[in-house]
Ligand binder design. Structure first.
Ligand SMILES: Cc1cc2nc3c(=O)[nH]c(=O)nc-3n(C[C@H](O)[C@H](O)[C@H](O)COP(=O)(O)OP(=O)(O)OC[C@H]3O[C@@H](n4cnc5c(N)ncnc54)[C@H](O)[C@@H]3O)c2cc1C
Length: 306
């Protein structure tokens, strides 16, 4: 991005902008090159200005949540990376009918915060998301799930800003969720979701959430730099089990290593490159296909220039 384009963008946007942003710092796996600009719009108007700016100059843009399910390639991203993590963080109860309670959660709200919000109010439905380090926007966009629950189970509607800047609200029946996916039109950005939870006994909600957290801590390298599950689970055997059965746990390329704790996690042991992570993914994929005839597909979103 040229200097005068950067200056123009800076003069138009109210929120924070980081030029030549080191994406390793903004993603949980900690690999990848720089993005021309990482922008944190303050509100919907600010976001609309950015989209218009990008469209008028034919600058590509990419939406990032907490960056916990992405692998950024080593040459980084050209164009604008937009994150709602700073400006879109409101969560509130907007209605109740009998035991059902409706929560309006903006896209930049951390799932950790959302789960705590429901726990503090003795509301059940989100306990399985305890410990997923993403945002509401990211979780809706990929239909995040764990322990048999998915985001689609609790969603009533989703508000989306289209690339043109117009906002549309889609009800549950119009939303096409599938395993780790929600169909969105090209360039669309999730602004918020309305989620339905239910009143319950506080101690039951807490016990359930803590139980899931314990399982997560026991089975995942939760305190290491990772991007969560690397591959989607194929029909039948889970990806982690396949990788484990082939003896690939602990296999490394450079500083990228298959976690000893969970076969479907790749850990950055310090200064790994995206090339090393991608080479390790290719190695696992080839081994699983050759030995078991199963084609693994990535769950992580691989972005940027290699
Ligand atoms: C230790 C660990 C454990 C994890 N456990 C789980 C798990 O149990 N289950 C699970 O499903 N995932 C898990 N993940 C992966 C990840 O945390 C979740 O998928 C999370 O929902 C991604 O949210 P994010 O905000 O980080 O999105 P990002 O990683 O930033 O983005 C993911 C995708 O969503 C898109 N996106 C993000 N925000 C928006 C938006 N506002 N509008 C439109 N598109 C958007 C991005 O463009 C990208 O394609 C785990 C990750 C880690 C590191």
């Amino acid at each position: 991005m040229k200097g005068n384009t950067k200056g123009e963008l800076k003069s138009l946007v109210k929120g924070k902008i980081v030029f030549d942003a080191p994406m390793a710092k903004y993603t949980s796996l900690g690999v990848g090159g720089r993005a021309d600009a990482l922008v944190f719009p303050q509100d919907e108007d600010d976001l609309r200005v950015i989209l218009q700016f990008a469209q008028e100059r034919a600058i590509p843009y990419y939406i990032l949540g907490n960056g916990t399910n992405v692998v950024v390639r080593d040459r980084g991203l050209r164009g604008i990376v937009i994150s709602l993590c700073r400006g879109f963080r409101r969560v509130r109860i907007i209605g109740q009918k009998d035991e059902e309670v409706l929560i309006d959660a903006e896209a930049g709200v951390n799932l950790k915060h959302l789960v705590r919000f429901t726990r503090e109010r003795a509301l059940t439905g989100l306990e399985a998301f305890t410990g997923i380090p993403g945002t509401v926007g990211g979780a809706l966009a990929i239909n995040a799930g764990a322990f048999g629950s998915e985001m689609r189970d609790v969603v009533k509607s989703v508000a989306v800003m289209e690339g043109t800047g117009s906002v549309v609200v889609k009800g549950r029946k119009e939303l096409r969720f599938s395993y780790r996916n929600l169909v969105l039109s090209k360039g669309a950005i999730i602004l918020r979701g309305i989620l339905a939870v239910r009143e319950a006994k506080g101690e039951k909600v807490t016990a359930k959430a803590e139980g899931f957290q314990r399982l997560r801590v026991q089975s995942q390298p939760w305190n290491m730099p990772t991007a969560g599950s690397i591959f989607k689970n194929p029909e039948g055997t889970p990806a982690g089990q396949l990788i484990d059965e082939l003896g690939l746990k602990g296999h490394r390329i450079g500083n990228a290593r298959v976690s000893e704790k969970h076969g479907n996690f790749i850990v950055n042991e310090g200064d790994a490159t995206a090339a090393e992570v991608l080479a390790l993914m290719a190695f696992i994929r080839d081994e699983v296909y050759e030995k078991r005839g199963i084609r693994l597909t990535p769950e992580v979103h691989i972005i940027g220039e290699g």
